[in-house]
Design a protein around this ligand. Structure first.
Ligand code: 0L1
Ligand code: MG
Length: 262
C-alpha cells in the first residue's frame, strides 16, 4: 500500500461522488502515480463500506476483465473484482436511465448463483461447480467514472471495476446440464448482431472467474456466502449505448435477457 488511510478515504469519496453525480473524473493514478492494486482494493472496499453505512445492500459480486476481448478493449491485462449494489439491479426487459450514467457500455455475461459458501485460497473449478445452484444469462452495464474510459489497473480496481447496473434474465439452469465452455451467445444492439462468443472466452471456463474472485477475497480473509450472485465478466467486448438503444443477449440453452436505455 502506498496510500494513507486518509488518502484512501478521500479517493473513495471522490470516486463515489463521480458515480452518484454521473460526472467523469481523471484517473486517480495521474494524481498518485505509484498506486498499487492493494491501494485500489482498499479504495473499492471503502466505497463499499460507505454505501453499506447509508443502508445500501450488497447483492453480489462481479469478476472483470476475464476475457482477452475485454482486456484488449481497455488495454488492461489483469482480471479484477467488484461488488454489485442493490440499486444496480434492472429487471429483464426493463429501462436503464441513461442520464444517471456517464458513458455506459454493455457486456454479455454468465452469472452464477451459489448454493454453498466458497472460501479461498485454493478455490478451484471443482469447488465452484459443486457450490453452484444455477447459472443465468446476464447483461452488465459498465460505466467507468474516468474520463474517456481511460484507466490503469489500480485505478479501475478502485472504481469498483466500472460496476454500474446489471440485468439477469433468461432461464436459470444447473451447471450439470450445460457445457459452459461451448455455450454460444450473440449480443444484439438495436436489433443487429454486435458480437458473438462462447463461455470459454472467460478464462477458459466461466467457473474459473468465480474461483478467481474467491481467491482474491481470501487475501482479505473474506469469502462468498451461499446465495451469492457472481457475474463472471464480459465474454466479448462491450457495446457503447445511448438513450433509446436496446440491447439483447441470446444465450444457447439459457434464453434471452434484454434492456433499453431511456
Ligand atoms: O471495461 C472496464 O470498464 C473494465 C472493468 C470491468 C470490465 C468487466 O466487467 O469485464
Ligand atoms: Mg463485466
Amino acid at each position: 500500500m502506498t496510500l494513507s488511510p486518509e488518502q484512501t478515504a478521500e479517493l473513495a469519496e471522490y470516486l463515489e461522488n463521480a458515480e452518484l453525480n454521473a460526472k467523469a473524473v481523471p484517473q486517480i493514478s495521474l494524481r498518485y502515480p505509484g498506486i498499487t492494486e492493494a491501494d485500489g482494493y482498499a479504495i473499492q472496499h471503502e466505497i463499499r463500506r460507505r454505501k453499506i453505512a447509508r443502508g445500501t445492500q450488497i447483492v453480489g459480486m462481479k469478476a472483470g476483465l476475464t476475457s482477452r476481448a475485454k482486456m484488449r478493449q481497455v488495454g488492461v491485462e489483469n482480471p479484477s473484482y467488484g461488488f454489485l449494489a442493490d440499486y444496480f439491479a434492472v429487471p429483464d426487459g426493463g429501462e436503464i436511465e441513461r442520464a444517471k450514467l456517464i458513458h455506459p457500455r454493455v457486456e454479455p455475461e454468465i452469472a452464477f448463483v451459489l448454493k454453498k459458501p466458497l472460501r479461498g485460497p485454493g478455490c478451484h473449478i471443482g469447488a465452484v461447480l459443486a457450490a453452484t445452484e444455477f447459472v443465468m444469462p446476464a447483461l452488465e452495464i459498465i460505466d467507468s467514472r474516468y474520463e474517456n474510459f481511460k484507466f490503469d489497473f489500480a485505478s479501475v480496481v478502485a472504481d469498483n471495476s466500472s460496476s454500474s447496473r446489471f440485468v439477469l434474465g433468461g432461464r436459470a439452469r444447473p451447471v450439470e446440464d450445460l457445457d459452459l465452455r461451448t455455450l454460444g451467445m450473440a449480443l444484439e444492439h438495436n436489433g443487429k448482431p454486435f458480437s458473438f462468443g462462447a463461455g470459454a472466452a472467460v478464462l477458459g471456463h466461466p467457473a474459473l472467474a468465480v474461483a478467481l474472485v474467491v481467491n482474491l477475497l481470501a487475501r482479505r480473509d473474506e469469502g462468498l456466502e451461499a446465495g451469492t450472485l457472481i457475474m463472471t465478466g464480459g465474454i466479448t467486448e462491450a457495446v457503447a449505448c445511448k438513450a433509446g438503444d436496446h440491447v439483447c443477449l441470446r444465450m444457447q440453452d439459457l434464453g434471452t435477457v434484454s434492456a433499453r436505455f431511456v
